[in-house]
Design a protein around this ligand. Structure first.
Ligand SMILES: [Zn+2]
Length: 76
């Protein structure tokens, strides 16, 4: 059964941290292959993480996570 956007977002931190099960990863990737909305947001999150890893950004803006979740809630 296909995942909904909300289900994808429950797994997204595991997905990005690579602590997701292979079966769940497959489901998330399947969803991302047809849901441009989630794919675009994942891209954005990856960009932020890349910036952090590069040392160009040392911390996320305060409240970033809360704002991201609020935005997801309002858009999904
Ligand atoms: Zn989606």
């Amino acid at each position: 059964m296909a995942m909904t956007c909300n289900e994808v977002w429950r797994e997204v931190s595991n997905y990005i941290d690579d602590s997701i099960s292979p079966a769940m990863r497959k489901q998330v990737e399947l969803h991302l292959s047809y849901c441009r909305h989630c794919a675009a947001i994942i891209d954005g999150v990856h960009n932020i993480i890349t910036l952090v890893a590069d040392g160009r950004v040392f911390c996320l803006p305060a409240g970033f996570s809360a704002r991201l979740h609020a935005r997801l809630k309002s858009e999904l």
